[in-house]
Design a protein around this ligand. Structure first.
Ligand SMILES: Cc1ncc(COP(=O)(O)O)c(C=O)c1O
Length: 371
């Protein structure tokens, strides 16, 4: 009866919906050979800053570099401690180490999967320099509480917005609270390029200049190297594609929220299943729609058998990865992140999902519970 296949995401369908605009943008870049920096990159930086309502956008090669560049510009050096969440993608923390810092993990709030502000102050030492909240899955962390702690202890804040383009906290966009905010435009992100791409936004002109310099071999003009830097550039093709897609982002975001609401309505009162919780003062942009289920692995296997693709984001909370074995962390230190890692399951969500596909996912989730 069910021959529908539901992919986790479908970037080709999205491309087809805006094909003429994307093809023209690509052709324009090729015709003008503006492959590295140049007008398309500058245009996207301006448009993204304007959409965010911030003064500066520094583009770079990906969201991982964005974190590293921001931390370098904020002056992280050997022995500095940076507090962040136990539940994220490893880019959030590997860049702390790359910048010379030490990763200090905090447990998460059980229901929003974001850093638990109640845990932060106990982790602050004289060596703490900053906090990196991650707006995980598309929902804002508790920014009032985090910013109050940062102000009290004179710490910088970098918001990792890789999964949260246009999400808001009390009506204000995430990425506008901290000293800087980093974005990924990895293809599957809510705003995705056709390759790797990233950016940092900030209201601080000095920080913006330092970040732009560092990302471009330490100089803003050819031959003028004020410092040693790295090579982390957004290329013209990606910038032109991102400019096209940026115009559609508000509509795609509305659609993601609508799909999430349909999932919420359909997946209520199912034994063992907890739908994602959206806090009343935060507008979630559902980069991922993450349910929790007591029998996660069995449910995932059942959905695979039914043609519904799912993903676990992420199978291990960061402190329990082999990459962080050196810290010898134990599950009791991060009970919520530990509890959630074996229960979370991301269901397909993308703006172009059809109602037939959506019905199919809901039906198959329910059919698992009937077994
Ligand atoms: C929370 C988070 N931070 C950082 C990154 C890094 O972004 P990129 O893949 O563009 O390097 C990602 C990307 O998956 C992410 O999800």
């Amino acid at each position: 009866m069910n021959n529908i296949v539901v992919p986790f995401a479908d970037l080709y369908v999205q491309y087809l919906s805006i094909k003429d605009q994307v093809d023209k943008a690509i052709a324009d870049v090729i015709r003008t050979s503006a492959f590295i920096r140049g007008p398309y990159v500058e245009k996207f930086e301006q448009e993204f800053a304007a959409m965010m309502g911030v003064a500066h956008c520094v583009s770079c090669a990906n969201g991982t570099d964005a974190l590293y560049i921001a931390m370098h510009a904020l002056g992280v050096r050997g022995g500095d401690e940076v507090i962040t969440t136990a539940h994220s993608w490893i880019a959030t923390t590997e860049t702390i180490t790359q910048a010379g810092g030490k990763v200090v993990f905090c447990d998460t709030d059980e229901d929003t999967f974001t850093i638990d502000p109640d845990q932060i102050e106990a982790k602050i030492t004289p060596r703490t320099v900053g906090i990196i909240p991650v707006h995980l899955y598309g929902q804002s962390a508790d920014m009032d509480r985090i910013m109050a702690i940062a102000r009290k202890h004179k710490l910088w804040v970098i918001e990792d917005c890789a999964q949260a383009h246009l999400a808001t906290y009390k009506g204000k966009k995430v990425g506008t609270f901290g000293n800087a905010a980093t974005f990924s435009f990895y293809p599957g992100k809510n705003l995705g390029a056709m390759g790797d791409a990233g950016a940092i936004v900030t209201g601080d002109p000095k920080l913006a200049e330092h970040m732009a310099m560092f990302a471009r071999h330490g100089g803003l003009r050819k031959g003028d190297h004020q410092i040693e830097g790295i090579n982390s550039r957004l290329d013209g093709l990606q910038a032109a594609i991102l400019s096209v897609k940026l115009k559609h982002l508000p509509e795609w975001t509305r659609r993601r929220r609508q799909i999430a609401s349909e999932y919420n309505d359909s997946l209520t009162a199912i034994n063992g299943l907890v739908a994602p919780l959206e806090q009343s003062n935060r507008e979630h942009v559902y980069h991922l729609y993450v349910i929790r289920h007591d029998k996660r692995n069995e449910l995932a296997a059942h959905l695979t058998d039914c043609g519904v693709q799912t993903v676990v984001n992420y199978p291990f909370a960061l402190p329990f990865l082999p990459a962080y074995a050196r810290y010898n962390h134990r599950p009791e230190e991060f009970p919520n992140a530990y509890f959630n890692q074996s229960r979370i399951l991301s269901l397909p969500i993308f703006p172009e999902i059809t109602s037939e596909q959506l019905d199919c996912v809901c039906r198959q989730v329910k059919s698992f519970n009937l077994n």
